[in-house]
Design a protein around this ligand. Sequence first.
Ligand SMILES: Cc1cc2nc3c(=O)[nH]c(=O)nc-3n(C[C@H](O)[C@H](O)[C@H](O)COP(=O)(O)OP(=O)(O)OC[C@H]3O[C@@H](n4cnc5c(N)ncnc54)[C@H](O)[C@@H]3O)c2cc1C
Length: 511
Amino acid sequence: MTSAASPVYDLLVIGGGINGAGIARDAAGRGMSVLLAEQDDLAAATSSWSTKLIHGGLRYLEYYEFRLVTEALHEREALLANAPHIIEPLAFVLPHEAHLRPAWMIRLGLFLYDHLGGRMTLPKSFGVKLAGSRWGAGLQPRFKRGFVYADARVDDARLVVVNALDARAKGADIRVHTRVVGARRDGGLWRVALQTSGGERTEVAAKAIVNASGPWVKHVQDSVSAAPGREKVRHVKGSHIVVPRVHPEEHAYILQNADKRIGFVIPFEEHYSLIGTTDVPVDEYERPAISDAEIDYLLELVNSYLERPLTRADVVWSFSGVRPLHDDGSSDPAAVTRDYVFKVDALEGEPGAGRAPVLSIFGGKITTYRKLAEAALAVLAPYFPGMRPAWTRNAPLPGGDLPNRDRNALIALLCRRYPDLPAELLRGLARRHGTRALHVLGDAKTMADLGRDFGAGLTAREIDYLIAEEWARTADDVLWRRTKCGLPMTPIERETVAAYCSDAVQRASAS
Ligand SMILES: Cc1cc2nc3c(=O)[nH]c(=O)nc-3n(C[C@H](O)[C@H](O)[C@H](O)COP(=O)(O)OP(=O)(O)OC[C@H]3O[C@@H](n4cnc5c(N)ncnc54)[C@H](O)[C@@H]3O)c2cc1C
């Protein structure tokens, strides 16, 4: 293999979503020289628009997706261990609706869910009384019984960033705002044209390409392969709304709808609930936005459960993503497989180097990204005879090396070390950065040392860190992806952050 300094990369990864970042990290850790090109910000697309669950996917059992559920449950354990700062266990309450799914069916599903993943650290499922108990908080009193099971939630955009951080620490070249605009084979190599958002064009060479461009996968595949691939992608839009917290407890609800779909109500940040999602087929990929009909659908679903009905006036934020699903011919968008599919195109020839493969990734889940990365590298291994073995299963992600996986222990340590900083601010930093919060804070002692205070727990010190270390450039990068500080801020506060980011980026590029 070539060294990291070589002008010929072993691997060029197209796309800085979770799959691209995960593959770049895994490959760099195996000694490969890697370039990741992302046309926008890291996690600018699907990977920051998810329901933010690290889950086996209870509902996929109804579609007999046992392979996917089993793999996802195994991965849930691995990710809880390796990124406990941004991934945490979450209890889900399923209110019982006998006319939608009988109790025996739910019990069978939960039994499988408890056991398919093998040994698990999360508690097993159990039945509960809802009326008059904390498990029924916020629900109409007509719901008497329910079931509780465990899953996990994730800060999806930060999961991408920490993978990119680790990839860079292992030598990968991560380029944001850099679009792959063309690629052609030249002998046994790829010549790939890159264009920055400023219009600057360069060409790099790579021995292999991974097309992890999510909703653009088919477009990119067709533009780099000799013949258009036969694979079809189904684009299915899913939207979420954010409202003020609907109950004070820490659990989420999984709600059954009369159309057999399910919805989630998930505690989000400190003071909000996240409600989703929809399944709306869309023809082509375009920047998705929630429609009025989707808002009404989500409100109607939750209002059939909640004691205090929500209205459109309660919606403080919304976001939509497009699932690029591999078309398996299902007529129902909710039933299209969520499993991933790989397609490889390579030059004919003997096993070994020089066949310029391109691997395109269709579908997938955030939950299974690490396993997907391992599987992708297993597919590429024959083209890289020196590739080192898989290594990420027990490797903490940056900031995830918490003592006993315990974020509260880290918060207590931060409070001891920084007694003059507000505990709320330290909590926010620990949730975003894990042990790297120490790096963000450095030798600061007081709020004055952290520079300007933008509110919502965001300071100039943290923005500077996000720009210097985490590829942030704009207010959106800072307020909606590296943090969610944009949520409680007023439009004027957000504009102040935008002005600061623009100055800080200019300062950083001038120095
Ligand atoms: C509504 C919804 C809810 C979901 N909920 C969950 C959930 O709770 N749990 C879960 O596990 N999964 C969930 N998923 C699935 C999960 O979000 C996706 O599987 C995952 O984010 C896909 O990641 P990706 O890296 O393949 O794609 P993306 O995140 O879309 O990344 C692709 C990247 O490629 C870049 N790109 C495209 N073309 C080019 C080019 N020519 N040059 C350079 N860069 C390029 C794009 O800018 C983009 O950033 C959900 C998906 C949706 C839509």
